[in-house]
Write a protein that binds this ligand. Structure first.
Ligand code: ATP
Ligand code: MG
Length: 373
């Protein structure tokens, strides 16, 4: 799988990293580079090897193969405290009985910084994370979101070349996470420190990152901008993991190389567009993905004009969620449900369960991959 090629302005370069636990390979030949000052996320399901990868970069875990370089210099032989790297853990590891100030000063003290320098840097970093008034508070007097920002401040104050963040928002409730992901992105842009951020939440990765690596079973399956992953997934795994999709398994009935007529296992025939490698041929097993927002929904058949795929349906349920509303439409012939984004124009506001509707989608918006193994 091609990944970003090594470059001289890379802050971090991992080359063919491998980590095994017994005969299980947790990180399997992973190579990538992170450009200086960028926000890089590693996105993957639980157990795919994200934390193991970050721990190798931080120096808490020794790789079984490969190299890790920061600004061109190998760091694999260095102990964690000699690496220009800091890590924010999911459980923030703040000292609960110390004040905010003492927590942030801790690393500087260990480095034997002068009192004046410590005071100046602690004040500056608190200003930067927007919490100068909390300096004298104890950690156990803070809210979850405040603790999270202090944990980041405690790392930033050490001016690392690279900040590693292991699901730092994981312990927070949904509302707070939504807010902090925007704040964290702004903070990163402001301070300009390179961030390597791991998450299993695709929305976090898409919102915050310059580049995202999708990880599956120890390997990077695709590295790209959020837009590339969303619009041009290269494997069925990426298409299924990034964003919402309708997904069918099926078989190629006929193909001209770029487009294919496929029949899904539940009997739906559609024209889909081949994506990724290898080329398909008649009879191949495929996975087909259609995003809810790619489907035209209307009360009469005309609305779907121009779509190569058109079918009637009946509203099975409405999942109203403001701009994010979905309609589940049942296809009578196959009995399958198709998830459709509710158009925001308002004309379908009165849509009811049981109503007859028409669906349509373009062949190029039905992406078809060789079936996932
Ligand atoms: N010290 C260890 N000894 C043995 N196996 C381990 C060890 N650490 C991790 N593993 C295994 O390696 C795999 C990857 O673990 P890792 O913690 O990196 O996953 P993750 O992607 O961070 O998952 P999560 O999203 O749940 O945090 C898992 O199957 C895990 O059980
Ligand atoms: Mg983890």
């Amino acid at each position: 799988m091609p990944v970003t090629s090594p470059s001289t302005d890379a802050d971090l370069e991992c080359v063919q990293l491998v980590k095994r636990f017994g005969d299980f390979t947790a990180v399997d030949d992973v190579s990538f580079t992170i450009a200086e000052g960028s926000f890089f996320s590693i996105l993957g399901p639980s157990g795919c090897g994200k934390t193991t990868l970050l721990r190798m970069i931080a120096g808490f875990q020794r790789p079984d193969g490969g190299d890790i370089r920061i600004k061109g210099k190998s760091i694999v032989a260095l102990p964690p405290n000699r690496r220009p790297v800091n890590m924010v853990f999911q459980h923030l590891a703040l000292f609960p009985m110390m004040t905010v100030e003492q927590n942030i000063a801790y690393g500087l003290k260990r480095r034997k910084a002068s009192r004046a320098e410590i005071a100046r840097k602690v004040a500056a970093v608190l200003e930067r994370v927007g919490l100068p008034e909390l300096a004298g508070k104890r950690i156990d007097q803070l809210s979850g979101g405040q603790k999270q920002r202090i944990a980041i401040a405690r790392c930033l104050v050490l001016e690392p070349a690279l900040l590693l963040l292991d699901e730092p928002l994981g312990a927070l409730d949904l509302k707070l996470r939504e807010r902090l992901k925007v704040e964290l992105k702004e903070l990163q842009a402001q301070v300009g420190t390179t961030f390597a951020y791991i998450t299993h939440d695709q929305s976090e990765a898409l919102v915050m990152s310059d580049q995202v690596a999708v990880m599956d079973r120890g390997r990077f399956v695709q590295v790209g901008t959020p837009q590339q992953l969303y619009f041009e997934p290269r494997t069925a795994f990426v298409a299924g993991f990034v964003g919402d999709s309708n997904r069918w398994s099926g078989r190629v009935e006929d193909t001209n190389g770029t487009e294919a007529i496929v029949i899904t296992t539940n009997g739906l025939t559609m024209i889909a567009t081949r994506a990724g490698e290898p080329a398909l041929s008649k009879g191949d097993a495929v996975d087909i993905f259609v995003r809810p927002e790619a489907i035209v929904l209307g009360r009469d058949a005309d609305g779907a004009g121009g779509c190569e795929n058109r079918l009637p349906g009946r509203v099975e349920s409405l999942l109203f969620d403001g701009a994010n509303s979905r309609v589940m439409v049942r296809h009578p012939a196959t009995g399958g449900d198709i998830m459709v984004a509710l158009p925001q124009t308002g004309e379908l506001m009165g849509l009811r369960r049981g109503e007859d509707v028409y669906l349509g989608w373009r062949a190029r918006q039905a992406t078809c991959f060789a079936a996932a193994p």
